[in-house]
Write a protein of this length. Sequence first.
Length: 214
Amino acid sequence: MMVNAVRRPPGKAGALRRQGHVPAVLYGGPVTSLHVAILEKELLNLLDHVTRSTPVEVKVDGKETYHVFLKEIQVHPITERFLHLDLYVADPERPLQMDVPVRLLGTARGIKDGGILEAVHGYIPVRALPAKMPPRIEIDVSDLGVGDSILVKDLPWGEGVEPQLPPEDAIVTVAARRALEVEAPVAEEAAAVVPAEGAEGEEVKPAGGEQATA
């Protein structure tokens, strides 16, 4: 995908927006900081076709072309108009790690048998060169029956594209509805257990830690 931009001096963002442009800054790689403006209608069209992991070409003043990723999009909380864009210029020779969105295709046959489709991962962290970074990961779930899963290792990863999750991690699964119903009361019973108390009424916490969570 490509979008056109024009150079602009820093500041005067409000005037640019009134003229139908969105202020943006390009940075990273060989670019320290390049202030540009993009037509809002071009930006709207772009965002209909890309994700944050899609390599985008930005052509400035009809001359220089920069390969970027959408780093940050600022939107007005009331009008929902675009306020500003941060565009990261990637070094073509250095791998990046990005969260690539998962898109599920089809209807799992297990749903007709009473199963429930569960998307375990909505995004997958992926390491790849900028030009090879996938914009999204599409998974056809049509053949999944109840109890079936698609694991990280089951996907056709392209050359130079490395998922940063364990190979045995499930991305999507079809769970049996009965199994889900049985688990719920067990969880409620565990939550109802009164914690033991130590001396002076001090709560005794179980061993273990919280799970840390791009």
